[in-house]
Every structure is written in structure tokens, then in C-alpha cells.
Design a protein around this ligand. Sequence first.
Ligand code: CP
Length: 325
Amino acid sequence: MQTNLRGRDLITLQEWTKDEVDTALEVAFQLKKERAMGVPHSILRDKALAMLFFFSSTRTRASFETGIAQLGGHGAFIESATTQISHGDTAKEIGEIYGRYFDGIAIRQCDWGVGNRYIRDVAAASRVPVLNMQCDLFHPFQIGADMMTILEKKGNPKGLTINVSYAYASSYQKPISVPISLILLMTRFGMNVRLTRPKEFYLPNEFTEQAKENARKSGGHFEELDDFDAGMQGADVVYAKSWGCLMTTSDLQESARISKQYTNWITDERRMGMAKEDAIYMHCLPADRNIEVTDGVVDGPNSVVYDEAENRLHFQKAVMALTMR
Ligand code: CP
């Protein structure tokens, strides 16, 4: 267990050691248990978290705001459109100034080619921890909660097969931050990670190479497939979601046009039947129901999506407690 996380940023879990990730998971389980038993844990009394959003949210906003309140602190919800950012406040100014008002700065900025750079620029100027609530490349709090859920439902993840698959959605071209973060973290826990996607929906080479290296070190495995059915065969964990083919084109309309070739990439009962009988179905949500996944699967007996969403709260509280105290 690591006890020196005070002041640390969390931009991607890849930048935390395995011991540090294990520490966050251990604290998350402890806080979850304490919450279930009604044990108060005001670890961050009088502390305040800035929650700066450039993009909409259901789960992330609510779980960070509730989480900091349960830790005895205050969360300030700040929509970028209500700030002076569009009138000239730079990332450096946000880091410098919010760093003097707040004890932590959490940011969601998903714009392709912009978000991660923005969060890193704020972090470089901030005297307090900067927490990535999702950028164009990473969604570390989602994936921490996902690992909690796998540990709860399946026990030791080493040797388990996870199918991280593309699925079609019509609503919008979703960021690639979830599949990147999944292949990076799950390979560090010795899982057999399948990245299953149509040819246009590949992920940046630096991250697939990193996933291979993570798997080599952990005794896991990483492979890429282009056949949804093949990816489902014998899987212990099914995590199929949509993303834009942003490496093929940065034009979102063109990405939407390309994705229409793959409307049959839906997680349905037939495909779940190819996974192990006790496989769990995961999705970070929101999902396009009956387009990306059928009601029968997302509401079915193998689905763990609501426990997964709950674990956002516990994992985020753990990281805030460790970094902002
Ligand atoms: N999974 C997730 O990040 O949900 P929101 O976009 O609703 O925050």
C-alpha cells in the first residue's frame, strides 16, 4: 500500500504505479464498506473541489459532487460556458487561480486533440491535484470503477478474458478515451485483452504498443481482432461500446458516415451467448439502447452496469481522499 499520494494528479492511471492503483482500489473498497455501514468519513473536511466541465455528464458530475460532500468537503460545479474561458482565461490562468481557491481541480474536456493537452497545461500551473474527469484520450475514474467491478464480480482478474469491443451507436461520435484506458489498465492486471473493432476504428499505436508492453510485464495478453463474434467467444467480461473512428478521420460527420457500415455491431442475446455463461456485461453508459446494446442484454442477468456506475462514486472518493488530504 502506498501512502504518499498527497498532491498527485490523476490524468491517466498509466502514470500511477501498479501499487498506487492497488492502493486506490483498496481505499475505494474500504470507503464503500464504510458507506454501507453508515460510518462517516470526513477525511476532506473544509476542502473544496472545482469541477470544470466543457462537456455534458450524468454520472461524473453527480458522483464527484456527492463524493466530495460525503468526504466532508464541497464541490463547485463550473460549466465552462459560464466562465470567462471563451473570453481569454487560459489553461495557465485556470491552474494558477483555481489552484489558489480550491484543494483540487477536476476537469472534463473531451475535444479531440485538445482535452488532454488542456488538462496537462492546467496541471502544470496548479499547486493542487488535477483530476481528469475524461479527456479525448483517457477516462481514468471510469476505468478504476470498472476494475473495482471486475474484482467484485469475478475475483482475481489474472487470466480472465475481456472483450473490449466497438459497438455501433447513432447518437454521436463518442470519444476513444474509454477503450484506450481499458486496454491500458486491464493488461496491467494480467488479463487477456481483446480489442475488437472494424478496421477504421483502430486506436493510437502508442497505446496499443503500451498495452502489449503492460501485458508482457503482467503475464497477460493483448490482441486485436476485427470480428465481433470472434471477440465474444469464451469471454469472461464483455465491454462493448461505441467510439468514433477518430484516427481515420477527425471529421465527425465522416466518422458517422463510416460507422453506418457497422450497424450490425450490436451486443445482443445471440452474441452474449458466445461468451462464457457467467460472463458479465459492462458499459460505462450512456448507451444507445437497441442500437449499441439490446434492452435484453443491458437489463439482463449478466449486466453489471449499475454496480459499475455506483463504483464511480467509491473510486473517485478514494482518489480524492488520497490526493487532496
Ligand atoms: N460514464 C460516464 O462518464 O458518464 P457521464 O458521461 O454521464 O458522466
